[in-house]
Design a protein around this ligand. Structure first.
Ligand code: MN
Length: 256
């Protein structure tokens, strides 16, 4: 398969390079990735600045194109302008850090895969939770799931959000299909003062799991229990069950 590989940690990130070397064993891999780290870029795209694309070479034969844009920019420009042939799949990662619960909404890693799905391509995002990270088990898991992605078809617009525990392969319990949970980061803003006496803030915080997200059918719970979590995601954000109930509000009868 021709695989477009991207990420949000930037083209120099070890997770991207580990995944490149693993996928290259059995696929044609093309890398188009942000030139610098763009974690938490979400699904942002660049409209008011030009995008510059440069060839990049790394260790052990790693090569690709760097783009001074976001992960979603990278997928769009790769498919529409850089690659001579359309890819058969888009893989984003391996991100250093889990993308579960509400983090999914901020994640550039996940948004690159979502963008691939919006362009009609099979796509998945791969992330690892832990520190320090050994990316090799997650790269092996990504290769297995990519083969599955090629053999099966995802519904239009659906992409896979894959989170892998930072464990040796033999200690990973297996793969669970999960849903996006309620894990979220509770922010704290550290207030400091610069040398000229002006206040500034650093955003910090810690992850919190809400009680409802304890079952292994939920992404962060499965991950914490040592499973690979695979959530199928869909870019339609409508709360559809509530949309039907909302007709009871009688908004249609309001005279404007
Ligand atoms: Mn990242």
């Amino acid at each position: 398969m021709r695989v477009l590989l991207t990420n949000d940690d930037g083209i120099m990130a070890p997770g991207l390079q580990a995944l490149f070397h693993e996928l290259k064993k059995s696929h044609e891999v093309r890398v188009v990735a942000p030139e610098t780290e763009r974690s938490a870029a979400g699904h942002a795209i660049t409209l008011s600045d030009p995008l510059r694309v440069k060839p990049f070479r790394g260790p052990k034969g790693f090569r690709g194109w760097s783009v001074n844009g976001t992960p979603a920019d990278c997928v769009k420009i790769a498919v529409r302008a850089i690659l001579e042939e359309a890819p058969d799949a888009v893989v984003s990662g391996i991100n250093a850090g889990a993308n579960v619960g509400t983090n999914v909404l901020y994640s550039g890693t996940v948004s690159a895969a979502t963008e691939g799905a919006l362009l009609g391509l099979p796509a998945m995002a791969v992330s690892v939770k832990g520190k320090p990270i050994d990316f090799r088990p997650a790269a092996a898991v990504a290769l297995v799931l990519l083969e599955k992605l090629a053999a099966r078809r995802l519904p239009e617009g659906v992409s896979l959000n894959v989170n892998v525990p930072n464990l040796p392969l033999k200690d990973i319990r297996g793969i669970r299909v999960t849903r996006m949970g309620r894990y979220r980061v509770v922010e704290r803003f550290d207030r400091r003062v610069d040398p000229r006496g002006n206040a500034y803030y650093w955003q910090a915080g810690e992850g919190r799991v809400e009680q409802r997200g304890k079952t292994l059918d939920v992404d962060d719970a499965a991950l914490r229990a040592g499973w690979v979590s695979v959530s199928p995601l869909f870019p339609d954000l409508t709360a559809d069950a509530f949309r039907r109930k909302m007709s009871a509000w009688g908004l249609g009868k309001i005279r404007l």
